[in-house]
Design a protein around this ligand. Structure first.
Ligand code: PGA
Length: 256
C-alpha cells in the first residue's frame, strides 16, 4: 500500500518561538497515524535541529523533519548553501526538490535539479520532487506535456527500485500556490492520474502504484478531504495552512 503523506512547507516563515509553538501544537493534538500515513515538517534550515528534538521528545512515530532545499555537492566553496551530509547529520530524512519558487526565483535548472535528486538518492534520503505548470500553460491546455517534461528531465532517469523507495512526487500547479485558488478535485485527479500513467509506461504498473503523489497549492482544512478522496491523490504539500496547528491538523485528519 502506498504511503499517504501530509508535508508542511513552511517556506521562509517562523522565528524560533513560533516554530516551537507550532510544532508543539501539532504534536500535542496529532491524531493516531496508521502505518501507511506520515507527517513531514519542512521548516527553515535553522530550526531543523530543534524541530527534530521536539519530534523525538514527543515519541511520535511516522513524523519526520525535512528540508526545503539542498545543494548537490557534499562540501566546498558555495557560500550560503547547505549540503546533504550536513542535513543528514541533524536528522533530516526528506528534502523538497524543484519547488516552483526555487525554479522561478533562483533559476534552478532541470540539470541542477537532476543532480540534487541523484545526490539525495545516493545519500539514502527521501526526495519530495515538485512539478507543476504556470497559468499560461494551463490556459493553453498544455499542462500534461509540461509536467511530463519536468519529470523526464530531472527524475525519470532513476531506476524503478529507487523511484519506489525514495521518491515522493508533489504536483503543485503554480497558479494555485499561495493564491487561494485551489485546483478542483477533478483537475488534481486528472493530473495525478496522468502522472501515474506516465510512470506506469516507463516503470510498469506495480511501481507506479507504489509512488505517492501529493497535491499542493492552496490546500487547506476546507478542501483537503475532497482532494485526498481522489484515487490518485496521496496527500498534500502544504504551504500557508501548515503555519498554524489549527489549520494543519484538520489536513492531517483528512488523510485516508
Ligand atoms: P500554499 O503553498 O499551500 O501556500 O499554496 C504550497 C507550496 O508551495 O508548497
Amino acid at each position: 500500500m502506498r504511503k499517504k503523506i501530509v508535508a508542511g512547507n513552511w517556506k521562509m516563515n517562523t522565528g524560533i518561538q513560533d516554530a516551537r509553538t507550532l510544532v508543539d501544537g501539532i504534536l500535542n493534538d496529532l491524531p493516531q497515524l496508521a502505518s501507511h500515513q506520515q507527517v513531514v515538517f519542512c521548516p527553515p534550515y535553522i530550526h531543523i535541529s530543534r524541530v527534530n528534538g521536539q519530534i523525538q521528545d514527543s515519541g511520535k512515530a511516522q513524523v519526520f523533519c525535512g528540508a526545503q532545499n539542498c545543494h548537490d555537492k557534499a562540501s566546498g566553496a558555495f557560500t550560503g548553501e547547505i549540503s546533504i551530509p550536513m542535513l543528514k547529520e541533524i536528522g533530516v530524512t526528506h528534502v523538497i526538490i524543484g519547488h516552483s519558487e526555487r525554479r522561478q526565483y533562483f533559476a534552478e535548472s532541470h540539470d541542477f535539479l537532476k543532480s540534487k535528486v541523484d545526490a539525495l538518492v545516493e545519500a539514502g534520503m527521501q526526495v519530495i520532487f515538485c512539478c507543476g505548470e504556470p497559468l499560461e500553460v494551463r490556459e493553453a491546455e498544455s499542462q500534461n506535456d509540461f509536467v511530463a517534461q519536468q519529470l523526464k528531465d530531472s527524475l525519470m532517469h532513476l531506476n524503478a527500485e529507487v523511484l519506489q523507495n525514495q521518491v515522493i512526487i508533489a504536483y503543485e500547479p503554480i497558479w494555485a500556490i499561495g493564491t487561494g485558488k485551489t485546483a478542483s478535485s477533478n483537475q488534481a485527479q486528472e493530473m495525478h492520474a496522468f502522472i501515474r500513467a506516465l510512470l506506469a509506461t516507463h516503470y510498469g504498473e506495480d511501481t507506479a502504484n507504489e509512488i505517492s503523489i501529493l497535491y499542493g497549492g492552496s490546500c487547506n482544512a476546507a478542501n483537503a478531504a475532497e482532494l485526498f478522496a481522489c484515487p490518485d491523490v496521496d496527500g498534500g504539500l502544504i504551504g500557508g495552512a501548515a503555519l498554524k496547528a489549527e489549520t494543519f491538523l484538520p489536513i492531517i485528519q483528512a488523510l485516508s
